[in-house]
Design a protein around this ligand. Structure first.
Ligand code: HAM
Length: 419
């Protein structure tokens, strides 16, 4: 039997309602903040992600689904969407149409990570990007939107962590200080961190190795090496969040796994899921548009993992959906009358009524069972003497009341079903 690829998951019809619910809330909140949806291709040129996300990141160096197409071009299934949005922004000169572009997206992403609870190889993100302004209000807006979405889903056990990574010059200066500090402990560092010392020293903060963790406890922090402008930017973000009643903690070791960040970075974690607790993450990326060949324009954004969010919702039982039901189930009494039932169902469906009928030539009893299973408000019996008189019998499943309706009074039927 051929099975789905490890780390990928079918979203079955029985699960789709919660996805629709999540997507509706996401779209509702993004539209209140005036973000417009973008849909970009699932695959892009590999160089877009290599340059955008950074060669030394885990995503680019270990996790991308990269392949050569039949003409020998290197393509990659998108591991995230910020680089793609920036590519589209540059390609379509969106800054000429609007000086600030507020964009959102929902869709599948691909990373070849080790699958575990809350970590998949194909997963879904929703996210937003604001391109063209360096206003710290937008940094705060991203965090507020993410927080509001999670709140609206009823999630409670949340922790908003924020940090500032300053500007590249500050970061380069700080990296030297951090390297000098770490060199004292060179022999004690894990092999992975020894490698990172030169390639991506900030990520040593993310090491899970006990020895590294111990060493990093006393490491100098970037946040203590920021200049006036970066500090001011971060202060505004913090004060706006406080006014917006978003509780947050400053986490100076929050460096994030993508290279493009400048100034604010953030993550919202949930205490209701296992180790893969980051429900969303993002931050400002003032150099990325230029890096990918566009103008020197700033940007800020975030993305959230939808599987993880739904897992947290399930663990907290944070929302319940209305019971699924249909308006009408048509029970065909006589096997020769299926076409009449189908014709009737079609007319009603085209008037906006949710109708199901039997396609399996089942017994009346089995059809009745199906009507109950589908939670039908009404059933309609088609056949027998009534149909010979051009009539049908409508039964209200709650009250068990039955009435005969003439098929000449089609409008009456619609009215009853619509009530
Ligand atoms: P990220 O932190 O790599 O950021 O991913 C954002 C969220 O996607 C994570 O917090 C997590 O919930 C979810 N996620 C990531 N990998 C997986 C996985 N393998 N399985 C399930 N969920 C996963 C970004 O992607 C940036 N593009 C965010 C951003 C937008 N920054 C600025 N703009």
């Amino acid at each position: 039997m051929i099975k789905a690829i490890t780390g990928t998951k079918d979203i079955l019809p029985s699960e789709i309602a919660k996805w629709y619910y999540l997507e509706t809330i996401v779209k509702e909140i993004f539209s209140k903040f005036n973000y417009k949806e973008i849909r970009t291709p699932i695959f892009e040129n590999t160089s877009l992600f290599a340059r955008g996300i950074g060669e030394a990141t885990d995503i680019v160096s270990k996790e991308m689904y990269t392949f050569l197409d039949r003409s020998g071009e290197s393509l990659t299934l998108r591991p995230e969407l910020t680089a793609s949005v920036v590519r589209a922004f540059i390609e379509h000169s969106l800054e000429k149409k609007q000086s600030l572009n507020k964009i959102f997206y929902i869709g599948p992403m691909f990373r070849q990570e080790r699958p575990q609870a809350g970590r998949f190889r194909q997963f879904h993100q929703f996210g937003a990007e604001a391109l063209g302004s360096s206003d710290p209000l937008l940094d705060a807006e991203m965090i507020i939107m993410a927080f509001d979405i999670l709140n609206k889903l009823g999630l409670k056990n949340l922790e908003v962590k924020i940090n500032s990574l300053g500007v590249p010059t500050e970061r380069e200066e700080y990296k030297k200080i951090l390297r000098d500090y770490l060199k004292q402990f060179l022999s004690k560092l894990s092999d992975e961190s020894k490698k990172r010392l030169e390639t991506n020293v900030l990520r040593i903060f993310d090491s899970k190795d006990e020895r590294d963790i111990e060493i990093m406890k006393n490491a100098p922090l970037l946040i203590d090496h920021l200049q006036k402008e970066s500090i001011e930017h971060f202060e505004i973000v913090k004060s706006v969040l406080t006014k917006a009643e978003v509780p947050f903690i400053v986490e100076p070791s929050l460096v994030r796994g993508l290279d493009y960040y400048t100034h604010t970075t953030f993550e919202i974690v949930s205490k209701s899921v296992g180790s893969q607790s980051a429900l969303c993450g993002g931050g400002r990326y003032n150099g990325l548009i230029k890096e990918l060949g566009g103008s020197d324009l700033p940007g800020v954004g975030f993305a959230a993992g939808m599987e993880r969010i739904l897992l947290a919702c399930e663990n907290e039982n944070s929302f319940s959906l209305p019971e699924e039901k249909i308006d009408l189930y048509i029970i065909t009494l006589d096997k020769t009358k299926y076409e009449i039932s189908f014709d009737l169902s079609l007319k009603l469906r085209r008037k906006g009524i949710t109708v199901e009928l039997d396609y399996l030539s089942r017994s009346v009893k089995a059809q009745m069972r199906e009507a109950n299973k589908l939670n039908a408000d009404y059933v309609l019996f088609v056949g027998g003497e009534e149909l010979a008189r051009n009539e049908v019998v409508l039964k209200n499943m709650k009250t068990s009341e039955q009435e005969i309706i003439s098929l000449n009074e089609f409008d009456l039927l619609i009215k009853k079903l619509g009530d």
